[in-house]
Design a protein. Sequence first.
Length: 168
Amino acid sequence: MVSALLFACNSPKESNHTMNIQYPTTKKVALVDTFFTTEVPDPYRWLEDDRSAETEAWVADENKVTEAYLSNIPFREDIKKDLTDLWNYEKYGTPMKKGDHYFFFKNNGLQNQSVLYKLDKLDSEPEVFLDPNKFSEDGTVALANISFTHDGSLHDLRVWGLTGAKCS
């Protein structure tokens, strides 16, 4: 029985083909830093400027290659469905009391980011205090941190976003 399973695992697949991947050419620049008399080449530093048109074009070209490869995986949708089923459950963050109010994060299961809720009393109905999912239409702006004063009267939030995100 075991040998039959091992043979089945090593048998040729019905669609046994290799994909010829042609990656875009990545420009190299002649840039060298010297650290304590040691020269360190950094030919791809231009890619660190993630807002330059040149870097954006390079990322778009790389994404085309990646998507072409991923779109040929025959069981990709099955994996996506399985992962969605696994991740689709309510998640709650640790509650915190700030002044006279209680706060907690909750995610309904498939939200990109957890929503911050506020309660005036432990038995009151929670109300949405801050929904980071509404920061941008494309989901590229996220809540990085939120802080409250001890009495809960003031709050400070830090938002992290990507180029082109539009906050509403």
